[in-house]
Design a protein around this ligand. Structure first.
Ligand code: NAD
Length: 168
C-alpha cells in the first residue's frame, strides 16, 4: 500500500502482551498500517521474536520486558517507549493470564485465591497501571489519544475500543 494511505503512519503504539496470540496479531497488523510498535510482554524471548517480525516488514519495533502487574515495570515501559520514540500515541491493553488458569472453569467456592489474586493483578490492575504509566506523556502531547482495552475476566469479556480523549 502507498505510504500516504497507511492509517497508522508513524503512530507510536504500545501493545502489552504483544509477544504472542492476539497481541502479536495486532502488532503485526498495526505495523502493516505504518505504526511503530512497542511490544511489551513478560516473555522477552517471544516479544523480541515479534519485534523482529515487525522489523522484517520495514517498520520500527522495540521489545520490552514488562510485567503489567508491577507499577515500577509499567513506569519503565512508558519511559523506555518515550526514550526510543519520543511519544506515545496508543496503548493497547491486551496482556492477560489465560493459559493454564482454572478460575474460569471452577465454581466460585472452589477457586484458588492465590490464583485469583495473580489473575486480577495482571488482567485488571495491569490495565490500570499501564494507563497510569502512559497518561503523563499522552497528556503532555496534548493530542487526541486512543486507549484500547481488551480484557477477559472469569469468562466475561469487555472490549472497549476507541476511547478518544480530547480534553485531557
Ligand atoms: N483467546 C481468546 O479466546 C480470547 C477471547 C476474548 C478476549 N481475549 C483477550 O485477548 C487478549 C489476548 O489473549 P490471547 O488469547 O492472545 O492470550 P495469550 O495467552 O496467547 O497471550 C497473552 C500474552 O500476555 C502476556 N502476559 C501475561 N501476563 C503478563 C504480564 N503480567 N505482563 C505482561 N505480559 C503478560 C503473555 O506472556 C502473552 O504473551 C487477552 O486480554 C484476552 O483476555 C482472548
Amino acid at each position: 500500500m502507498a505510504e500516504e494511505r497507511l492509517r497508522l503512519k508513524d503512530k507510536v503504539i504500545i501493545i502489552t502482551g504483544g509477544a504472542q496470540g492476539i497481541g502479536r496479531a495486532y502488532a503485526l497488523g498495526m505495523a502493516d498500517e505504518g505504526a511503530k510498535l512497542v511490544v511489551a510482554d513478560i516473555n522477552m524471548d517471544k516479544a523480541e521474536a515479534t519485534a523482529k517480525e515487525i522489523r522484517a516488514k520495514g517498520r520500527e519495533a522495540l521489545a520490552l520486558k514488562t510485567d503489567v502487574s508491577s507499577p515500577e515495570s509499567t513506569q519503565e515501559m512508558a519511559k523506555k517507549a518515550v526514550d526510543r520514540f519520543a511519544r506515545i500515541d496508543v496503548l493497547v491493553n491486551n496482556a492477560a493470564i489465560l493459559e493454564k488458569i482454572r478460575i474460569t472453569r471452577l465454581p466460585f467456592y472452589e477457586l484458588d485465591l492465590n490464583e485469583w489474586d495473580r489473575v486480577m493483578a495482571a488482567n485488571l490492575k495491569g490495565t490500570l497501571l499501564c494507563c497510569r504509566a502512559v497518561f503523563p506523556q499522552m497528556k503532555a502531547q496534548g493530542r487526541a489519544i486512543t486507549i484500547i482495552v481488551v480484557l477477559l475476566l472469569g469468562g466475561v469479556t469487555l472490549v472497549c475500543t476507541g476511547f478518544s480523549h480530547n480534553n485531557l
